[in-house]
Design a protein around this ligand. Sequence first.
Ligand SMILES: CC(C)(COP(=O)(O)OP(=O)(O)OC[C@H]1O[C@@H](n2cnc3c(N)ncnc32)[C@H](O)[C@@H]1OP(=O)(O)O)[C@@H](O)C(=O)NCCC(=O)NCCS
Length: 442
Amino acid sequence: MNTHSYARWFRDSTPYISAHRNKTFVVLLGGDAVAHANLTNIVHDLALLNVLGVRLVVVHGAREQINASLEVRSFHRHGELSRRITDDEAMRTITGVYGQIRSNLEALFSTGLPTSPLHNTDIQLVSGNFVTAKPIGVLDGIDHQFTGLARKVHTQRINKVLDTGAIVLLSPIGYSPSGQAFNLTADELSGQVAAALRADKLIVFDAAPYLSDANGHRLSNFTPTVLDKILDTSTIQASTRQRLRALVRAVRAGVQSGQLVSYRDDGALLEELFTADGVGTQVTEQDRRLVRRAKLEDVADIVEVIRPLEDSGVLVRRSRDRLEQEIDQFFVAEVDGFVIGCCALYPVGTSVELACVAVHESYRQEGNDTGSPSVGKQLLDAAEAEARARGHSEIFALTTQTHDWFLEHGFEDADIADLPTPKQALYNYHRNSKVLRKKLRS
Ligand SMILES: CC(C)(COP(=O)(O)OP(=O)(O)OC[C@H]1O[C@@H](n2cnc3c(N)ncnc32)[C@H](O)[C@@H]1OP(=O)(O)O)[C@@H](O)C(=O)NCCC(=O)NCCS
């Protein structure tokens, strides 16, 4: 990345940095992620989130490491979920493995060498008895012994630690009131912790970078209902399925969004969280898109959307001051609280001009994937509804490069002479824009 693109990337991430501050993210690092060579980079990225004010709870797994340490491995599949049968001896081994992983992670978060990104940062990890567990008992006739289920997540204790700025690190282990430790499934635990904390995100690291369609194209966003149906029929790897199910359950239980990201790809977490289109697969219950009237606070985001188009001459340049003065004329389209498009409606005499229609590059062609109207179409609908509400029967637009898009959305060619008189006087013959107008049905 050269200096210019680095500066641009950093600048572009500003809205995400403020959107994520003070939010609670629960992160699942399964045993496979913990064993992967990219773990050090993931730790650095988690440390960065911590420094940026994200409240982090990290749940680690250890399936691979436990399998390597046990001579006899015994699992029982109930439905989709395959759980380990944990006898007394296995439990002793497992607690040792968890201790080792915790200590490895503590060491990684503590690295302070000048060559490390964590140099001069002071990250604190806190582990403890944050989960009460109960035994699974006998399932399908099989005694699961020390394999358990989380019974209560002590959210107050966790929040107290998070309030201090520390990261909470949870092993998949819980304690019964009688003092017995039970082995839990990390995937399940991460979902339960996220739900109990009413976390803003549950992020699961997986070998798969995202869920893809039959052509290998990334499927970036699902509601829990749609994803559940897809998981019923798809042939994806069992561990990925299990993690996606955990995301579905967590979102249904009130977590705002669930994200699957790759533990293999360096920086996948940051790209997922700090770029408009992300790189993983997201599960969210919300209607992510919304077109609304713009507010003064949107000016910086509108600038981000329109500047590249102004630079390339597609849109007429507007200064920040002008945008601030005209903000009441603007509509914005947002996704998950981020502005991704805008348009403006200017009254001119007795008519009204539609201008500054722009959609962030990453969100063009969106309608094609989802079957819903494109972002540009939604902005146009909102502007037309407003024009009608103000009593206008016609709307006009000037364009140099988007003529066909307007035609496809019901506009017709018109002449300069058809423009309202004040606009005719201002017409820029050097720019030579095409004039279009559209009759608005009442
Ligand atoms: C024009 C714009 C707002 C439309 O956004 P959108 O409707 O959300 O999404 P898309 O860009 O996917 O466009 C939808 C369709 O219109 C077509 N389209 C987009 N821009 C076009 C253009 N300049 N000329 C002809 N067709 C265009 C797309 O190819 C697409 O067609 P398809 O569905 O058959 O593939 C968006 O493309 C944009 O921001 N463009 C740059 C800014 C611009 O030109 N603004 C108008 C200034 S007057």
